[in-house]
Structures are given as C-alpha cells and as structure tokens.
Design a protein around this ligand. Structure first.
Ligand code: SF4
Length: 444
C-alpha cells in the first residue's frame, strides 16, 4: 500500500543520529533518557514524516489515518531511528512499527481474542489456562505498539490500565490457588510501570509461599532499551528467582543499546529468554532466524519460542503458512547449537495453549528398532533395549523403585492418560461426537 518511491527528504533527527550517533537538537543524554523517549514518542503520521523524512502521498495518509484510528500508532524515537529510510517498505523495523492499511482487512478467520485469554480469565487481569501457572496482565501500556501484537484489542486502551485494587484482586486469586507455582507478568509491558509500582507487585507475589517463580514478559530491551536502568535492575534483583522473556524478531534489533540492556539484566542473574513471532516480510527466512538466534545466544539470551502468528484481527498480512515455520526449524535443528534453537509453537485458537510443531525425524519403527534421520539426511537405526522393565508409574507409587512415594499423585489428561497403564481409558472422544450420541439414545 505504501509507495516505494524514495522521495526527497528533509534532514531529520534520524539522519543525524545514523551518521553521528547523536541527534541534532537532542542532547545525547536526553536521547538515552527513557522518559525523554516516551515523551517524544511518534504518535502521528506527520510526526513520523518529520522524524524519518519519509513522506507519504495524501491518499496514503488518508488510509494510514484510518488505520491508526482503529489500531493506534506509537513508536519510540529510538526504534524509529533503526528504520532504513532508503528502503523503508521492505524494512523489518518499519514493518513491525508502522501501520499498514492491510490491518483493516479483517478476514473471516480473524478473532479479537483468538487465544480466549478473556474467556479463561477468572478475574480481571488473570488468565488461568495451564494447571500450575497464570498470566497476570499488570499494564496495558507498551513503549511501542507493535503492529503484529496479538493483544491489539487492548494495547493503547487507557480504560484497561489496572488500578491498585484490580492488581490486588489478581494477587488475591493467586494466593487462593495453591496450585499456582509460576506467575507470568505481562501486559502491555510491565516495565512501563514505575519502578516502585512494579516493586510493590513483585513484593506481594513474593509473599505468596506457593509462588516459586516469577516471569516477566517485556519488549523494552528491543524498543526502549534505555528503560533498563541500573535502578530497575537493582530492584528486580531483590525478587529472585525472576526470569525475563523478551521479544526480538530480527537480528537488526540487537543494537549496542539493546545489547547493553541485556547485559545489565544478565549480570543481575536474570535468566533471559526470547519469544519471536514468525512474520511475513520480517523474519520468514531461515538465514535471518539463524542469525537472530545465534546473536541472542551471544548476548546470553536463550531462544525460547518461535510463535506462529496468531489469528488476531488485522494480522493476516503478517501470517505465513505453518509450513514456513517447519522449514525454518529444519534449517536450525542440527545446523546450529541446540540452545540456539527455539521451539516452534502454534498457540491454539480457542485457548488450547501452545502446541509444538516439528519436522519429523522418525522414519519408521518396529518392535525393536526405530529408524531416524538426522539434519544431514543420514538415516540411522536405534536398537530398542531388550530388557527394559517399564515402570507402571502412577499404579502404586509406594512400591515404585523411583522412590517418589512422598510426592503427590497427579492426574493424567489428554494422550498422557491413554499412555498411563493403570487407566482404563482407551480413547478420547469429542463431546459432540454423533456416533456416541446415537449410542446414548439407543441406551435410552
Ligand atoms: S510490546 Fe508486546 S504487548 Fe506491547 S504492543 Fe508489542 S507485542 Fe504487543
């Protein structure tokens, strides 16, 4: 939609920043001050034009205005300075940050809340989907509004900034549910909260004895690395074990400023992970993904997930076939260090959670041999053991030689249930299965 013509451009902050690594009219100290960055965020098309020197036609502007009315625009000057104005239509930074009128094309499979986070929400701000962990949304503010955000429905909506009472209601829920051992704090971006407020939330969570670990999801190291101040890191350190997952999608995002932010966090003993989203025209390339993941590891960030793009409204132009993700995994597994390989997952529409998708490495199977192939195409056999004594786990734990008699017996669900020896379930049947309905009627 956006014209590919490079137009004559005025000299901008961005030009000067790229050339001199400082910004005309802006003191370097200001530039590195995250509050300055937030106060000078680009929120209009005109601001963007003035900042980057990229000029749009009147027709383009009309469409862009329509787009940001539905999905607001907000880019930090820092992130905007990474855009290559000479080749902006194909620029991965531009595509993640700048609106595309294609966002207005809502396809029939698009959903406002494809992951049913709201339906799985027992109380405002909490999504309780998995047995032992919850998602706790503590802020709807983000440093930048990523165009591919799965929570587009919420981001930028001022009415959703949770109040102290609402946060306390979430904490109360977590306190009441003793099975919750892991809390993922997300949003929005938790690092958009003032240090003292986040400190308070973390202190409250740390008081809950059954909460063993707190994870924070933040894109700040990517789009506003100056927010990772010494004060923030010092505060986080008090609340260990804290884990942090960030969201780099392209190797160009690992700038000196970002790397410094990651270094501060890693030096504070915070294990770092990365969740990328597979995005058409941004990173749907095995070489880009390999470089990204290798650079992450170099900066002590463990690639954690590669997400298939969700079915959220306005994202159809970003979606790739799932096969593209499998192709990327094929080019990563074995081709680079195992810990530089994320897990490719589809977050199941309807709230089924993350489903891992992999290339197939099992070629065939017999009762005593498995035939496998490796990343080079070598086909090999693994001889199954002759004398393996299967442990009838869960049958009678007190007699089990694995000595777990004091541990709580856990319920089995899904395919795990079919594999459990002592359980008589031999199949799993959907609720509305017609054949089963006929059986019920016949019995009546
Ligand atoms: S930082 Fe995360 S929550 Fe915020 S807009 Fe970007 S992807 Fe969405």
């Amino acid at each position: 939609m956006i014209s590919e013509k490079t137009r004559e451009r005025p000299v901008t902050y961005q030009d000067t920043y790229h050339k001199n690594r400082s910004v005309t009219g802006v003191e370097t100290l200001d530039w590195k001050d995250y509050k300055w960055q937030l106060n000078n965020s680009i929120k209009t098309i005109v601001d963007f034009e003035n900042f980057t020197g990229i000029i749009f036609t009147e027709q383009e502007k009309q469409l862009l205005e329509k787009t940001i009315k539905k999905f607001p625009l907000c880019i930090t000057p820092y992130y905007a300075s990474l855009i290559d104005p000479e080749n902006y239509p194909d620029d991965p930074i531009f595509r993640q940050a700048f609106p595309n009128p294609a966002e207005l094309d809502i396809s029939s499979c698009d959903m406002k809340d494809p992951l049913h986070e709201d339906k799985d929400s027992p109380t405002l701000g909490i999504t309780h989907r998995y047995p032992d962990r919850v998602l706790f949304l503590v802020s709807n503010r983000c440093a930048m509004y990523c165009r591919h955000c799965t929570r587009k429905r919420r981001v930028g909506d001022k009415d959703f900034v949770p109040s102290r009472e609402q946060i306390l209601a979430g904490i109360y829920y977590i306190r009441k549910h003793r099975e919750i051992r892991d809390v993922l704090i997300s949003g929005g971006d938790p690092f958009m909260l003032p240090d003292e407020y986040l400190d308070w939330i973390l202190t409250e969570l740390n008081r809950i004895r059954h909460v063993q670990v707190i994870r924070i999801g933040s894109r700040v190291p990517v789009v506003l690395p100056y927010r990772v101040t010494n004060e923030l890191v010092h505060m986080l350190k008090k609340h260990h074990p804290i884990w942090l997952n960030t969201h780099f999608n392209h190797p160009r995002e690992l700038t000196l400023a970002s790397r410094n932010a990651l270094k501060k966090l890693a030096n504070a003993g915070i294990p770092l992970g990365n969740q990328s989203v597979l995005l058409a025209g941004v990173n749907d390339c095995p070489q880009i993904m390999k470089k990204l993941n290798q650079k992450l590891v170099e900066n002590r960030v463990r690639p954690y997930y590669l997400f298939q793009c969700d079915l959220s409204e306005g994202l159809s132009h970003f979606r790739t076939p799932i096969g593209k993700g499998v192709e990327i995994m094929e080019s990563l597994i074995g081709h680079t260090s195992g810990f530089a390989v994320p897990r490719f997952v589809v977050d199941a529409p309807g709230g089924g959670g993350k489903i891992p998708v992999m290339p197939n490495y099992i070629v065939s199977w017999s009762s005593d041999k498995v035939v496998l192939r490796n990343y080079e195409g070598v086909i090999t056999t693994y001889k199954e053991p002759d004398n393996y004594q299967p442990i009838n786990c869960r049958k009678d734990c007190s007699k089990c030689n694995l000595n777990r008699k004091h541990e709580r017996k856990e319920d089995t669900i899904g395919v795990e249930k079919l594999l459990a020896n002592q359980i008589e379930t031999i199949s799993l049947t959907p609720k509305d299965n017609e054949r089963m309905e006929r059986r019920t009627k016949k019995a009546e």
